[in-house]
Design a binder for this molecule. Structure first.
Ligand code: HEM
Length: 256
């Protein structure tokens, strides 16, 4: 009380002080009039943020303070890779990252892009169901599903997997020009299916919340031994009939 009275007392010796004191009084009285100060707003916001983080932590079973949102830079291995820059490995160098050396991360490559899949050692580590994908670029196996024969980046001959099976009588009825045209169309369709399958898996790893891209493989074999590879048996058995292809194309055209 006495302090308030002292401030309000006008001082002859320093008119500027008196002015500032009357300003302060005006300020405080105006903030009182408004009822809420900036500090109050900050306090309320801070309380809301802390409450939201706490609730998120509780609701996500101690996983996240931000309701599952985890920006890439909050993941230490991803941040470290970003700071170090992208890796460039030869196939021989990549082969070291297959889990046999526990000090190295688990890397797999698809279509030349290397992904770190160390976050899932049960699947990709030694003894894991998909350990064979690590330490190499096995793009072909991602498309054909032949996990024994096709652990390679050589994609030659995979088109056959998507080439429609024709009725022999129907093909005989076509002129050679029509056959050629149809074959070209089928080839285009088959290539688009391969691209789609590769993109699907590449996207799977790229957008996975636990995996991340680390770089590229250089010097991949795109045609091992210089010869077109045979399509594996399981993939050959998956070849569609012409009817199935026509239906699939019609469905796609309908979507566009
Ligand atoms: C083109 C064929 C296939 C490819 C390329 C493929 C690839 C994969 C990959 C990369 C994963 C690991 C996903 C992750 O990182 O979380 C996975 C998981 C899994 N896949 Fe496949 N898969 C194929 C076909 C199949 C088939 C036919 C089956 C069933 C017989 C199957 C059963 C599983 C199971 C059970 C998992 C869960 C992870 C595990 O327990 O190992 N996959 N697949």
């Amino acid at each position: 009380m006495s302090e308030v009275r002292q401030r309000q007392k006008p001082s002859k010796s320093s008119p500027s002080k008196a002015g500032s004191s009357s300003k302060t009084t005006k300020k405080s009285s105006s903030s009182n009039a408004r009822g809420i100060s900036i500090l109050d707003i900050i306090r309320v916001l801070a309380t809301l943020v802390i409450a939201s983080c706490g609730l998120s932590y509780y609701m996500t079973s101690s996983e996240s303070l931000l309701w599952g949102y985890r920006p890439w830079f909050t993941r230490l291995p991803v941040l470290m890779r970003f700071l170090q820059g992208p890796l460039t490995l030869t196939p021989a160098e990549l082969s070291l990252y297959n889990g046999t050396d526990p000090t190295l991360p688990l890397y797999l490559s698809i279509n030349g892009t290397i992904f770190d899949v160390s976050a899932n050692p049960l699947v990709y580590g030694p003894g894991g169901h998909y350990n064979f994908f690590c330490g190499r670029d096995a793009t072909r196996a991602f498309v054909t599903g032949c996990f024994q024969d096709d652990l390679t980046s050589d994609m030659t001959g995979v088109e056959e997997m998507f080439m429609p099976i024709d009725e022999p009588e129907e093909v005989e009825a076509l002129s050679s020009g029509e056959r050629k045209k149809r074959h070209e169309q089928d080839l285009r369709y088959a290539r688009s299916r391969i691209e789609r399958a590769v993109a699907h898996w590449q996207n799977f790893f790229a957008s996975h919340k636990k995996y991340f891209a680390v770089g590229k493989v250089v010097g991949l074999d795109t045609q091992e031994g210089g010869e077109k590879r045979e399509l594996c048996k399981a993939a050959r058995q998956q070849r569609p009939t012409r009817k199935q292809v026509l239906e699939a194309r019609a469905k796609e055209a309908g979507k566009k």
